[in-house]
Design a protein around this ligand. Structure first.
Ligand SMILES: Cc1cc2nc3c(=O)[nH]c(=O)nc-3n(C[C@H](O)[C@H](O)[C@H](O)COP(=O)(O)O)c2cc1C
Length: 227
């Protein structure tokens, strides 16, 4: 199904893509020391391919998280990857990069995994296109196959739009509120020993209306007066 999704890229020759299978990378299990949160990701005691994977994301304009539904969640491999980059929830960075999620399942439970991945993408800073969940039970009727193709094509269309056109969207009230709350809590901490505080300061976010430059109308700007 993912191959079918990727086929769409072939009609857009301006797009290069790469499959990244987590199983091909050396990614050790997070031990929960929280050094990445508090001191900085470079203090992680696990020396493996985490940064190689992050570099791949940094060098791309968009990424697609694809996973089977395993016990109503993403695979353990993907969950560990998310744990290993969880410091980015504190210090989001992938602004302007498109993101979508595709979940393949046997029977049911995948819709909430798509939602989970979409929200994860938002928190990492990505520009998220609504993903989809597909049921892979075989044999499939022509009608079922048609439905899968339609879902994949719609997801591709949404992803392509984010990739090519709407790079830095105007934030919703909810997103602005989260930004203001994060900002205020960092200001309360105000401790150079905390990487999160330093990151916010370095990015000039204490002075900004949002993570990136975007025009906010007077009502959205006013949120700043309250938080
Ligand atoms: C360990 C394991 C747990 C699974 N849990 C679920 C589940 O909770 N719900 C579901 O619908 N399918 C579940 N499945 C079925 C897979 O989601 C399904 O077979 C999927 O197509 C696997 O993707 P693959 O074809 O790329 O291996 C599970 C499969 C495995 C191996």
């Amino acid at each position: 199904m993912i191959q079918q999704f990727i086929e769409n890229f072939k009609s857009h020759t301006e797009i290069d893509f790469e499959y990244v299978f987590l199983r091909d990378y050396n990614l050790l299990n997070c031990t929960g020391c929280k050094l990445c949160f508090n001191k900085g990701e470079e203090y992680c005691p696990l020396k493996d391919d985490r940064d190689l994977l992050l570099e791949k994301i940094n060098n791309s304009d968009g990424i697609i998280f694809a996973t089977p539904n395993y016990a109503f969640h993403v695979t353990a491999l993907m969950k560990n990857f998310l744990d290993r980059i969880a410091f980015i929830f504190h210090r989001p960075r992938f602004f302007g990069k498109a993101f979508t999620a595709i979940v393949i399942q046997g029977i049911y439970g995948g819709a909430s995994i798509v939602k989970y991945l979409e929200s994860t993408g938002e928190k990492l800073g990505f520009n998220v296109a609504k993903g989809c969940c597909l049921t892979s039970l075989e044999p499939r009727t022509a009608q079922e196959q048609k439905k899968i193709t339609q879902k994949l094509n719609k997801t591709y269309f949404r992803f392509y739009n984010k990739l090519m056109f709407t790079k830095l969207p105007n934030p919703s009230f909810a997103k602005l509120l989260i930004f203001r709350i994060a900002n205020t809590s960092m200001l309360i901490i105000q401790n150079e020993k905390f990487e999160d505080y330093c990151y916010f300061k370095e990015k000039d976010w204490f002075e900004s209306d949002y993570y990136y430059n975007v025009w906010l109308g007077p009502i959205k700007k006013a949120i700043r007066l309250f938080f």
